[in-house]
Design a protein around this ligand. Structure first.
Ligand code: ZN
Length: 247
């Protein structure tokens, strides 16, 4: 393992090719926009941007072997990710790879497998312009909110509302308020096996959310939090001799 964090930014990359409105916001793709920010941040060793249309869907063993933390954005092509690749990502998380799941990635195969619940929610894209969202920090001591003010305000956002069908998070970092009245658990952390999972809500494809410095900073902080850790010598399981004399 290198000293710096090796990040794979997995981006579905379909909206950008099919919807001119999205291509206008993200001409090089959402993955590129997130990746070019991450690669400039301290402690990041390398960033690789993967897309669904890449060979092996951007999820080859060579790429996964070189990934400490993966970020995941998907929406309209969740079912195109092969079951085999989704299972590989799931297993990598159990083995220690960090996973930062963004926005509509809540319905991705790896996230649903890791949660074990339906992961459904309410949503609304009001008249194409969205509505105001305030993401309130509810755990100010959490490393993911380092350098973040007590709330982040997004003037135009798609609404996601409760109930969000997830298991209770191990750590709740953000709760969002929306202009239309709903609330949503918009920043949630879980441990799964040796891996860590951070779900972060913002990022609807028609709004320039991933140009917002605070949103990018939270993604970076999430990557740092989710980075792989290793117990020296590994964890021993199974039938063991006692460490102390028993009789
Ligand atoms: Zn959306």
């Amino acid at each position: 393992m290198s000293d710096g964090i090796r990040v794979t930014v997995w981006n579905e990359g379909v909206h950008e090719k099919e919807n001119p409105k999205v291509a206008e916001v993200y001409p090089k793709g959402m993955g590129h926009q997130i990746g070019q920010y991450l690669e400039k941040q301290p402690g990041i060793a390398l960033v690789h941007v993967s897309e669904l249309n890449d060979p092996d869907q951007g999820l080859s063993d060579a790429i996964l072997d070189n990934t400490d933390v993966m970020t995941w954005w998907g929406h309209m092509a969740h079912d195109k990710v092969s079951d085999e690749n989704a299972a590989k990502v799931h297993q990598r998380v159990l083995d220690g790879m960090g996973l930062v799941v963004l926005h509509s990635g809540h319905f991705s195969k790896p996230f649903k497998a890791l949660m074990g619940t339906g992961c459904d929610l309410k949503w609304r894209e009001w008249e194409g312009v969205g509505e105001k969202e305030r993401l309130w920090v509810v755990d100010p001591a959490h490393p993911i909110v380092d350098g973040i003010p007590e709330y982040i305000e997004l003037p135009n956002a798609e609404m996601y509302g409760e109930h969000f069908d997830i298991p209770q998070p191990d750590q709740q970092v953000f709760i969002s308020w929306f202009q239309g009245g709903e609330v949503f658990r918009s920043g949630c952390c879980w441990h799964r096996g040796f891996g860590k999972v951070f779900y972060f809500r913002p990022g609807h494809e028609t709004f320039p959310i991933y140009y917002n410095d605070l949103i990018l900073k939270v993604i970076y902080n999430g990557v740092c939090w989710a980075r792989r850790t290793q117990v020296t010598g590994g964890i021993q399981r199974g039938n063991r001799e006692p460490l102390e004399k028993l009789g």
